[in-house]
Design a protein around this ligand. Structure first.
Ligand code: AHR
Length: 520
């Protein structure tokens, strides 16, 4: 299913036209960040910081959900430790129930007292007992204060089934669907705002051609009604690979903006052939550089897809929704290959930091994104094992970067030294900046070198001062990670090396690090 990503991404690796301006390699390791503070106009939607939870491996069961009768402390069945950790990073939205699972999910199996079992054919042929369904998911989102992003079934579901699901979740009117909801214990509608009409419809979501999907989308979305004055933000399935422009062009030309709030794009960083993607924790210097190169190329994908969207939508009414992104490595040895359980190192943290900087910098088009996936699957922010949890290095990046949510983007130019290894030459530093409603300015920077510090300077307009302790995430080794035995190997610390004098912010960034500086 995913082999095609790797091949296609290899094809675009040669393209480096979107990267930051680079200085030659081994002279002074410096970077200059220029901020256009007077042009802070675009809002960085908080929904860029969204997450994804699929019925896959131990993401839902044992990850988010243990059930009310579990000995593991829980709030109405949701793990308390995971709940608290997600609250801390202020997750703005959560996508569910898939992924590929969404297009074989029949929501009525997951409501009421008696629930039909099914086989999860996409993910390890595990038996799904449907004990976590619509009520459990939407109640959990309500508790978390996060917006639910529900993915509907186009591939194996009917228009009627999808229409009734939206009615069941959102309608306040008297009808058989709302009666059923009330019988199942929920009086008021939940008010779901984000709704995807299928997932990866070119592949696991039904193997549609772009033309056939555009026709199906128009029909399915017609019957996903707006209830109670609410506005359902409908999201169309995107292309199979970032450089499939035919898909994007077909969708954009055949579906008007008033039928489509957003168009999805999936981008995984898979630094090896599909059969051997490489270990999450044991990797060479070459693997590391390849991973950074793949991750950085998301910017090419965004810019090029945006340019196709802009032919039909120059005002950028339709959002680009990167609703699956992150690293994809081989599963941890001894674990079920269908469960996609992988560890998470300082390398993953750098991927997260640079990707979120790129999303911020393209906030005019990218208005939603979802890391794949929230717990125990792919580039998770949390891993669980029985009653234990571990916060991954990626978690700490989301913790640092939450300051950008709903702030105004400050356009940023980075002139940076490069880092070189074999065939790879990459920018050493990547950054983004924003100013929030209280006038606080935040700068987030990633130093992608595994072994070289970087002297960073950034002219700042007169009145700003560093107002609180800046944060640093780094590690002794690039493969360092947190384990259940040693959960704090990679952790946030205070960064007291930055000075702001006479309008010049300067600091030396350690190798393989992420820094957040707060000023007012
Ligand atoms: O995140 C894992 C899978 O990757 C999702 O189910 C699918 O949409 C994508 O191919």
């Amino acid at each position: 299913m995913r082999k095609i990503y790797t091949i296609a991404l290899c094809a675009i690796l040669g393209i480096t036209d979107i990267q930051a301006k680079t200085k030659s390699t081994d002279d002074a390791r410096t970077a200059t960040i220029t901020l256009q503070e007077s042009r802070a106009e675009t809002t960085i939607s908080r929904h860029i910081y969204g997450h994804f939870s699929e019925h896959l491996g131990h993401c839902i069961y044992d990850g988010l959900w243990v059930g009310k009768d579990s000995e593991i402390p829980n709030i109405d069945g949701v793990r308390k430790d995971v709940f608290d950790a997600l609250k801390q990073i202020r997750i703005p939205n959560l996508r569910w129930p898939g992924g590929c699972f969404a297009d074989e999910y029949h929501w009525m199996d997951g409501i009421g007292q008696k629930r039909a079992k099914m086989v999860n054919t996409n993910w390890g042929y595990a038996t799904e007992d449907n004990s976590f369904g619509t009520h459990e998911f939407l109640n959990m989102c309500e508790l978390l204060g996060t917006e639910p992003y529900v993915c509907g079934n186009v591939g194996s579901g009917t228009v009627e089934e999808m229409s009734k699901w939206v009615e069941y979740m959102n309608s306040p009117n008297e009808s058989p669907m709302t009666e059923l909801r009330k019988q199942n214990g929920r009086e008021e509608p939940w008010k779901v705002t984000f709704f995807a009409v299928g997932n990866e419809s070119y592949g696991c979501g039904g193997n549609f051609t772009a033309e056939d999907y555009a026709t199906a989308y128009r029909r399915y979305q017609t019957f996903c009604r707006n209830y109670n004055g609410g506005y359902l933000k409908k999201i169309a399935s995107g292309p199979s690979v970032p450089e499939d422009y035919h898909w994007t062009e077909t969708i954009m030309s055949r579906i008007p903006a008033d039928m489509m709030w957003g168009l999805s794009l999936h981008y995984y960083t898979i630094p090896g052939p599909w059969e051997h993607k490489g270990s999450a924790t044991e990797f060479t210097r070459d693997d590391f550089f390849r991973t950074m190169a793949y991750a950085l190329n998301i910017e090419n994908a965004i810019v090029k897809q945006d340019s196709v969207m802009s032919i039909y939508d120059p005002e950028k009414r339709v959002a680009m929704v990167v609703d699956e992104w992150g690293t994809w490595f081989d599963v941890e040895p001894g674990t079920n290959p269908g469960f996609l359980y992988q560890q998470n190192t300082m390398r993953d943290a750098l991927v997260a930091a640079l990707t979120l900087n790129i999303f911020n910098n393209h906030a005019d088009r990218v208005r939603m994104a979802n890391l794949a996936q929230v717990v125990n699957v792919l580039q998770s922010v949390i891993l669980t094992n029985g009653s234990q949890i571990v916060l991954t290095p990626t978690y700490h990046v989301f913790d640092m970067y939450k300051v950008h949510q709903d702030a105004h983007l400050i356009p940023t130019t980075v002139e940076t030294a490069t880092i070189t290894d074999g065939e790879w030459t990459l920018p050493q530093v990547n950054a983004s900046a924003s100013v929030d409603a209280n006038g606080r300015m935040h700068l987030t920077i990633a130093n992608l070198s595994p072994d070289k510090e970087c002297q960073v300077s950034c002219p700042i307009s007169s009145d700003y001062k560093i107002i609180s302790q800046s944060q640093l995430l780094t590690a002794k080794n690039i493969a360092d990670h947190n384990t259940f035995e040693s959960p704090n190997n990679v952790h946030l610390s205070t960064f007291d090396k930055a000075t702001l004098k006479k309008g010049a912010l300067t600091f030396k960034m350690p190798a393989k690090s992420v820094v957040m500086i707060e000023m007012k």
